[in-house]
Design a protein around this ligand. Structure first.
Ligand code: CTP
Length: 473
């Protein structure tokens, strides 16, 4: 096999069909972009395939569909001159090669026919502009006019054109550059990095949904801090997360310093990335301290305080999700809950009493383990002795959670005596007293005054009823 033959990338039988379709229509076609990049990086089997035709991408899609056994439906996007079909678990996107210029105020491209090289030129990065021929005679040959292979080897993110043009054509690419650098552990070449800093305000024309897609990918990387540090360095961070920018910096009053909560947060995110692949728990790590900026105060006696920052932070989560047009659903509520409870196990760690653990399980419910994972990730002390001490304390809390839950079952707490039973017993209509009795039972169970059992709860109900002047009917 010649050095630039990449037939091995074209193992899948669909590539032969694509080749036949192109031959029938007498157009050239190439597989390009992420599929080629990920194959060369051994990033596993890609499910998305981008195909560029030197001619009509839509016609090529239709012809390919005809030749495929199952005759898949072709979705056509006329304005963009693109088409898409799904076959055998793959999603194939077709585009006609373009010499493209963008309208500065929107992402809608003005499309003109172009050559393969024109098309490669207008792509975001050299590593995404690699194309493999599907044409008879050159099948499997790699076309790499911008030295994408070299950049892959040297782990460099570089734009094929002058970066100012590439980024201002489509400002989302600034985030894509940072996302790829983070996912692949590549370096953004200096000129490109400078261009991002120069064009940062253009991010404002990009939809929040697309921005969040990239942030999610950064968060799911092995070392997400790399991406956030780049967002910070290029000046993009204030456009996306002003709340995180506000955490940056160390203040000193009367010789007392507080830690830099921005860099601390990034450490926490990296820590949690090692222990969970849950995107929302990673979001919780990113946002767990955002309430610290607005609550920061200096007190002459106790030094720096961040009173109620967890509560304030959890309210900020809602505003942040809303601003970024993220779903305001149970995922958002989960992040809020994690932020709200983020200090609870820390308070516990000194002395782990059963009742405190019962309350923790009661309040955190099914998320108590996630909360522990967040708190463990929050240990960023560089003092090995302290680190070990905190870790051991949390380990004790975890053990106690298992022990207490096995005995008391408060995780999804159901009151052992129902409201109906209270009403029937005392002949009550819905009223305040029922709440008072139910609450007394719950509190007694959480405090460990009575076991979480029917008999004990009923006994307490009768006692409380008497105190309230009620009579059994
Ligand atoms: N592309 C581009 N500019 C963009 C988005 C995409 O030039 N803003 C080009 C790149 O050549 C890219 C290809 O379109 O490789 C496909 O884009 P997409 O599917 O979004 O990304 P992938 O590179 O496939 O990577 P991933 O799947 O990780 O997003």
């Amino acid at each position: 096999m010649s050095q630039n033959n990449y037939k091995s990338a074209l193992d899948h039988p669909v590539f032969n069909i694509l080749s036949q379709a192109a031959k029938t229509l007498d157009v050239e076609c190439y597989v390009i972009g992420g599929f080629v990049r990920d194959h060369l990086l051994n990033r596993g089997e890609a499910k998305d395939i981008d195909v560029v035709a030197i001619g009509s991408g839509i016609d090529l899609a239709r012809k390919t569909a005809q030749l495929l056994h199952e005759k898949p439906k072709v979705s056509v996007f006329k304005t963009y001159g693109t088409a898409m079909l799904r076959t055998q678990g793959l999603e194939i996107e077709f585009v006609g090669a373009r010499k493209e210029s963008y309208n500065r105020d929107s992402r809608n491209p003005v499309v003109e026919d172009g050559t393969l090289e024109d098309d490669q030129n207008r792509r975001d990065f050299t590593i995404n502009a690699l194309a493999i021929s599907l044409n008879e005679g050159s099948y499997g040959e790699l076309l790499d006019p911008f030295h994408g292979i070299e950049d892959l080897e040297n782990k460099i993110i570089r734009t094929p054109l002058d970066p100012d043009i590439t980024y201002s054509d489509d400002p989302l690419r600034m985030l894509r550059a940072i996302r790829f650098a983070t996912q692949l552990n590549f370096t953004i070449e200096k000129e490109s990095l400078d261009a991002i800093a120069r064009n940062k305000d253009r991010i404002e024309i990009i939809s929040k949904e697309r921005i969040v897609d990239e942030i999610n990918k950064i968060l799911m990387a092995d070392v997400p801090s790399k991406g956030f540090a780049l967002l910070h360095k290029t000046g993009l961070l204030p456009y996306i997360f002003p709340e995180l920018v506000a955490l940056q910096g160390i203040e000193e009053i009367e010789g007392q310093l507080h830690k830099d909560n921005f860099w601390h947060t990034l450490e926490v995110v990296d820590n949690i990335a090692q222990t969970t692949n849950d995107l929302w728990l990673r979001w919780a790590a990113l946002l767990h301290d955002i309430g610290k900026a607005p609550t920061k105060k200096f007190d002459k006696k106790i030094g720096w305080t961040f009173h109620a920052h967890e509560f304030v932070g959890s309210k900020m989560v809602y505003k942040l999700f809303k601003r970024l047009k993220m779903p305001l659903n149970d995922k958002m509520k989960f992040v809020q809950k994690m932020v709200l409870m983020s200090s609870r196990p820390i308070v516990l760690a000194g002395e782990v009493t059963d009742s405190a653990v019962r309350r923790l399980i009661f309040d955190a419910g099914d998320y108590v383990e996630d909360l522990m994972t967040l708190c463990e990730a929050d240990i960023t002390t560089k003092n090995p002795k302290k680190f070990k001490k905190y870790r051991n304390n949390f380990q004790k809390v975890r053990e106690k959670i298992v022990e207490v839950e096995e005995r008391d079952h408060v995780r999804n707490f159901q009151p052992p005596v129902s409201g109906e039973e209270i009403m029937e017993t005392f002949g009550l209509k819905p009223s305040r007293e029922i709440g008072v009795i139910k609450d007394a039972i719950k509190e007694a169970i959480l405090d460990g005054d009575i076991p979480n059992e029917y008999e004990a709860a009923r006994e307490l109900m009768l006692k409380k009823g008497k105190e309230l002047g009620l009579t059994v009917v």
